[in-house]
Design a protein around this ligand. Sequence first.
Ligand SMILES: Nc1nc2c(ncn2[C@@H]2O[C@H](COP(=O)(O)OP(=O)(O)OP(=O)(O)O)[C@@H](O)[C@H]2O)c(=O)[nH]1
Ligand SMILES: [Mg+2]
Ligand SMILES: [Zn+2]
Length: 337
Amino acid sequence: MRRYGKHTDEDDIRSRPNRKGNRPRTNIRPKHEDASEGMVLTVDRGRLTCLVQDRVIMAMKARELGRKAAVVGDRVGIVGDLSGAKDTLARIVRIEGRSSVLRRTADDDDPFERVVVANADQLAIVTALADPEPRPRLIDRCLVAAYDGGLEPLLVLTKSDLAAPDELLEMYGSLGVPYVVTTREEFVDGLAADRVREYLVGRTTAFVGHSGVGKTTLVNALVPEEKRRITGHVNAVTGRGRHTTTSALALPLADKQGGWVIDTPGVRSFGLHHVDPSRVIHAFQDLEPGTEGCPRACSHDEPDCALDTWVAEGHADPARLYSLRRLLATRERREGD
Ligand SMILES: Nc1nc2c(ncn2[C@@H]2O[C@H](COP(=O)(O)OP(=O)(O)OP(=O)(O)O)[C@@H](O)[C@H]2O)c(=O)[nH]1
Ligand SMILES: [Mg+2]
Ligand SMILES: [Zn+2]
């Protein structure tokens, strides 16, 4: 798996001077060597639902963590009452280093980053083939975010009972992104879940996409018992009488090899303000050798880029270069295009 370590600790404020600096340090920061390991399943207004061994417990962040936020998918150290009994509240005293961070901004010119999930190694980009209409620009943006954040992408095309997937698959074929297509009937006989599960075992997969594309339908079909066990409060009924997910929720896959699925609220956009386009080329390993002749700091989308000649010489498929450039230009384009 690709790892981009630079992202992991920028919200850590431990190195800042302590304003209440006259108290002895050891009292403020006990070592908590006895803390139990847990995983954050969901976050709701400062209350974190965590899985510790096989117990679902509620916890809050210890004050000593300062502004550092724990997000869904985080591995944490927890102390206090870990019985999971009603009305108990444990304390999160440590957030472990993250292997990946999926983040987005509301808009490309909005510098405020939201961390969607931590420690996911796969991004399932869920797109309905109709109702709502597929928006390729959003798929491209999710792909860029995945490549930037060190997650492997997986295309999940839902509602194939309403429209055929051919056009979209043609568009994404040259990217070589794995995909699965699901249809309503398959949710009844469990076939959809079985087929999608193959891509999920042993990995942590975050499901993202527009509202109404079927993320929760799929997650519920994949982990019905865990969903019931862990939550009853995640789905809120909106004014329009529709169930819409309001916070991210991680659920363990019932499988020998393990694995996690993380449902997330629908997004209207996937801002890429934080993304460094130069990382996108790493997802195109067949093209990367061709960048040796590029000028310094080449964007790979400019007249002097060596990739044009290299591809024209037959070293790689021109469709791949086209796809790379489409993704590189994705920040400059509006999502509705
Ligand atoms: N026709 C059809 N409808 C589907 C399919 N999968 C899901 N739906 C319907 O699509 C609607 C939205 O599904 P959800 O699973 O709630 O969508 P979501 O992506 O979780 O939406 P948000 O939580 O708002 O982001 C529901 O009415 C589902 O029954 C499918 O394969 N075919
Ligand atoms: Mg949902
Ligand atoms: Zn170049």
